[in-house]
Design a protein around this ligand. Sequence first.
Ligand code: NI
Length: 433
Amino acid sequence: MDKKVLRERMRKKQQQLRRRKMMKLGGYILAVILVVVFIVKGVILPITKGISGKDADKPVQVEADADKTAETKGTEDEPAAEKKEEGEAVRMPLATVSHITKASDMTAGWHEDENGKWYQNYDRTYYAGGMREIDGKTYSFDDNGYIQTGWVSDGFDDLYFNDDGSYNPEKHKTRIALTFDDGPGQYTDQLLDCLEENNAHATFFMQGINVGEWESTVQRMVDIGCEIGNHSWNHPEVTLQGLSDDQVIEQIQKTDAALEKACGQKSTVARAPYGAAGDREFQLAQKPFFMWSLDTLDWKTMSTESTVDAVMNGDLTDGSIILMHDIHEPSVQAALQIIPQLVEKGYKLMTVSELAEAKDVELQYASYADFWDSSLAKGLVAGYNGPLLESESSEESSDEGSDISDGEEDYSDGSEEEYSDEGEDYSDGSEEY
Ligand code: NI
């Protein structure tokens, strides 16, 4: 073997060694690559995918949140143009607006144009068609998104909005209760049409004997918010006071049964035939009884004209109760004129129970003729919970559990502040009752 051959062998051997080394290294590298691929594919990717899946919405969410946090209180999470509750304004997207100069590049908050004031939300919507609270005040928006002022109807209620558009809970219309006796009859439905058209309520004191023939009419009274009253079964000429206890109870209960059959409910209030009733009758009937403050004498005159005149020129003080009879055609004809005229003049026509509630009176088994402020303040109205004119209950005496609180006059919490301009001295700490 010469040197040449030996060198050649050595070279080949070294080549072999190098190749093995390379293969080993290649193997390592491959293994490392495989491991890396495995880790990336099997572990890291699923995790990042999961994260990125959540992340996809995040920038949008953050934007939306930023909008919401800047938004007025109480309006969160409401998609555009979706009504939340009755009477509440909806959010209308500004992009759809063409009838008003609502530019979407305007900032959120109040804006005013030639048609009035409107409110832009941070989500590029405006309020329309209802009420919304903004910065602690309630506003009413018309269908075009402009605030309303003056009287606005909210269902049966009439709400007053100041010139700046904010709701004024102190203001109310002059409230009057129309009452109709002796029906129901053939003219009653026409009267109900008129009440419904004028967003008005009335109380019907019905004779039980008439109910069976007009059951659907009675049901309709309930449907349109009128009140079901009991006027005895057949209007006994001897009056309820001329009847025995059992007979009085029968007159009331028989009528209630007929009413319940007609409309699913008994009477809530009563009026005695001829208005003749006292404590015995109130207790036997277990109902509040109603007299009236304005007698149209419609049953006597049988004149539409004089009945209209009696009301329109009568005492329409807030809290008045007007007596009419829907059993007579001239009376109903008169009512068809009276109702729209009173509404036009700004009166609010309600049931006697609604009137009582509006006047802070919890009805008792007693007699009621009116809910005038003057009567209330004099302590003449049973169940009245408001302030009194009399000084009989000073602030200190009310703490002592005085004996007047047990009787008919438990008005011990009444404050006299509203009547201090009468010039009387309601000296504090006075022990007089
Ligand atoms: Ni009668």
